[in-house]
Design a protein around this ligand. Sequence first.
Ligand code: GDP
Ligand code: CA
Length: 326
Amino acid sequence: MVLAGGIGGARFLRGLKSAVPDADVTVIGNTGDDIHLFGLKVCPDLDTVMYTLGGGINEEQGWGRAEESFAVKDELAAYGVGPEWFGLGDRDFATHIVRTQMLSAGYPLSAVTEALCARWQPGVTLLPMTDDRVETHVLIDTADLDESQRGEGGESRKAVHFQEYWVRLRASVDAHAVVPVGAESAKPAPGVLDAIADADVILFPPSNPVVSVGTILAVPGMREAIAEAGVPVVGLSPIVGDAPVHGMADKVLAAVGVESTAAAVAQHYGSGLLDGWLVDTVDAGSTQAVEDAGIRCRAVPLMMTGTDATAAMAREALALAEEVSA
Ligand code: GDP
Ligand code: CA
C-alpha cells in the first residue's frame, strides 16, 4: 500500500512495480490538488499515477500526456476563456470529459477512477483518498505579489487554490498556511480503510509531505487507520541535501513550520506514524537525529534517475520494513 501524490509518487510506484512485479499494490491517491476548469473536473495526481503506470505520461515533463497537442487550449484562448496558466492538452481533455460526464451521471470519483484505469491498466489498484470534495488552498499575502500577479483589490491575506499557488505563481511568494478545505468532513473512499487494514507494508513515497501525503492524512480516520494497521510504515525522503529534488516543497513545508531537511520531514510525520525512514546518502549525517526521534533510519541513494535506480529504492524500503517488523 502506497500513499501517493503526483510525479514523485508515480515514479516511485514504477520502481516498486519493477522491484516486486507480482505484489498486489494499492495506491491511495491525493485529490486535494483537484480543480474545476472549463466546467471539467481535473484530478492531476490521480492522472499522473494512471498515465505514468499506464504508459501514457509525458516522460520529460512528468505530468500530462505523451505526444500531446494543444488545439483546444488555443481555441479557448481565442475566445478569451482562461485560465491560460494551466496547461491542458487535447488528449488530456478527453480524460477530464469522461470523468466529468460520469460524475454528472452520479458515479462517485472512486468508480470513475476505476473506469479510467480500465483503459490504462496501471497494474495497481488506484483509489482516490476520498469521494468527497477536498481542495487544498494556500494562504498568501497579496502584498508579496508583484503588480502583474496582483490583479484588482488592495493588499491583504488571500486564500488561493493550490494550483494557482503552484502553477500560476510558481510558489514565488510565502505560503502562510495550507488548508485542505473540506477534508474535515470527508470520508475515506470505499475500499481505502479495508486496503489499509489488509496491507502488509505501508509506504510513503518521496511525495510532497504537506500537499500530497499530508492531505491524504488529513482525511479523518486515515492517520489512525495507518497507525493502527500494525504493519511497518516506511517513508522515503523527498528532500535531498536540504532541498526538494524538484519543485517548491520547501515553501509549503515552511507554512507548516517544518524545515526542508530529510530529518525534519521524518519528525513531522513522527514515530506515531513512521517506523522507518530512508534518507539519501548525502544526508547520511541526519540518520541519528531520525533514530533519536524513534524512527529507524538508513541512508541509501534516493535519486529516481531511472527505473532501475527507483526499483533499488523500493527494495531498500521493503528491506527496512522487514527490519522494523522483525
Ligand atoms: P506532485 O504532486 O507532482 O508535486 O508530486 P509528489 O507530491 O508525488 O512529489 C513531489 C516531490 O517528489 C517533491 O517534493 C520532490 O522533491 C520529490 N522528488 C522528485 N523526484 C525525486 C527523486 O528523484 N528523489 C527523491 N528522493 N525525491 C524526489
Ligand atoms: Ca500534486
